[in-house]
Design a protein around this ligand. Sequence first.
Ligand code: KIV
Ligand code: ZN
Length: 512
Amino acid sequence: MTDKLIIFDTTLRDGEQSPGASMTRDEKLRIARQLERLRVDVIEAGFAASSNGDFEAVKTIADAIKDSTICSLSRANDRDISRAAEALKGANSGRIHTFIATSPLHMEKKLRMTPDQVFEQAKQSVRFARNLVGDVEFSPEDGYRSDMDFLCRILEAVIAEGAGTINVPDTVGYAVPELYGEFIRTLRERIPNSDKAIWSVHCHNDLGMAVANSLAGVKIGGARQVECTINGLGERAGNCSLEEVVMAVKTRRDYFGLDVGIDTSHIVAASRMVSQTTGFVVQPNKAVVGANAFAHASGIHQDGVLKARDTYEIMRAEDVGWTTNKIVLGKLSGRNAFKQRLQDLGVSLESETEINSAFAKFKELADRKSEIFDEDILALVSDESVTSEKEQYGFVSMSQHSETGERPHAAVVFTVEGKEVSTQSDGNGPVDASLKAIESYVKSGAEMVLYSVNAISGSTESQGEVTVRLQNSGRVVNGVGSDPDIVVASAKAYLSALNKLQSKSDRVAAQG
Ligand code: KIV
Ligand code: ZN
């Protein structure tokens, strides 16, 4: 057994399955680059057979990322597996992760297959995948609620077919730490060829125990791979959080005795990037990456920390990438300084055109806001119009009027496929009026399921970052917009969400 813990990040696959967290190909690539910078061992880039968009995203990431293994999920059938292999062709190191449900409930009610049929399909799929790539992972979906004898039989067979990693998902977040750890240990003890595979844990957070369960799977069960996501992003209550699991293993090396290859100084930037891209805000008291994670409010704590830091701090804020809010750039900063700051923040824009577009936006912002913080720059580059291909809608300008006792009114100018249109409307408030003005022209009919505003750098002088989540014909998308004027940020966020609704995506659900 090695003493290295493999970090398998599934932000771009399981994380993205979270309703409203869907990302464009460019957004995924940007996050994949950040994961590579973090030195994540395996990046699950998507589920290639689920849609053309996902295929393209996996392929783009496989072609671009060279230091991490790139993985595609695939159901246990030849078509999905071939699609995954095709998308991974350009990877330096590619992995196919194939899965089939093994719990009595899932086999009977969802798959309508007998255990023997599931057994045969799993075996045959791993054999098929191994003929296409050297690195194959197998997951028995809802593994933790599966019958132990059946699980031992199927896992022994797929290891014999060449699956090098066996992942045991607690798909519905039902496990408790000790039992989950023992579950993995029992599998490893009972399966004769278990030493031919690396054992992996994959825990969901429905009962708030995903990190604890994963760590128990490592400590008690002997797993050597953890599947996790940045900020714990994922369906329902999310997945095991990468930053928490990594910092637990690093901080308590005395207990776990394991090495992780992650460069933790990029954690906060990764967290911000995922949060700004998806619009899923990080709660202030979230471990490691929450705004208050290293803030000491009580006088006694502050006094202690000033006298000796380790009185109340078990990790150093700077080790996970926290920097004090410093003014990094201003109106007079040049293109080179801007480019350098992007690099320091771990952002790599693809082309000179993208850098120019981001720099133009930076100059525009610097004209209106004298102090530009790291958060402003990150918000600016997550603005779709900097990085994405042609958009249907683009914000141009707006005005609005509101006065106590009068109904607010807004006029918005925006582009539709490059042509400017002007619309206006009144509404309950200035934000409502401006979004109604846009909708009166676009007529998307989408339902707004979330609207949230967040002050990027914490004061009224900061930019407002607005997230708008729209739902239409079963699709849920997030639009994010930022601007010192929150009404403008709202209009930008709404247009960004409409752009995403335009991009067709007929997805197959991973667990459907
Ligand atoms: O939670 C789960 O079971 C999964 C599998 C597809 C690995 O995400
Ligand atoms: Zn999962």
